[in-house]
Design a protein. Sequence first.
Length: 108
Amino acid sequence: MEAHHNRDEDGDIKTTYGASIQYKYLVDGQEFQGNRRTFTNVRTSSVRNTEKILERYPLGSSVDVFYDPDDPSSSVLEPGVGAGTYILLAVAIGFFIFGIAGVIGIIG
């Protein structure tokens, strides 16, 4: 587990945690190493949530690795986009729509 400390605008120190996972895999007899669980590798303020992620990947266990056939050194354990990305996209689209509506005079 990795802890990251950042100071907010009030000067308070905020800590976020990330799951540090390293793995090795073979492609056509060549060994590669990776450390990306997801494409986004999002950190959280919850130690327990990070522990839950790490529990899915016990040290020394076998894992499925997804890699780019054109660049086998590029890999990830959990391909695809998570729900958080869709939520963020929906919020961004909402702001965009309200912004356009405000500019053309429909709102306000």
